[in-house]
Design a protein around this ligand. Structure first.
Ligand SMILES: [Zn+2]
Length: 50
């Protein structure tokens, strides 16, 4: 299963990572927090049941 999560790194950049190795990172704004959250959800939806 994919269990991505969104976290903020020590530099204040929002990123999402998944235990399968996928992930991405944005910048520091609230908008990027939202982007990371959506990207993580899309990743889960795109790869069901793995
Ligand atoms: Zn994954």
């Amino acid at each position: 299963m994919h269990h991505p999560h969104v976290a903020c790194d020590p530099h204040g950049h929002w990123r999402w990572t998944c235990q399968c190795g996928a992930g991405g990172h944005g910048q520091t704004s609230h908008r990027d927090w939202h982007w990371a959250l959506v990207a993580a959800l899309v990743h889960t939806a795109a790869m069901p049941g793995e």
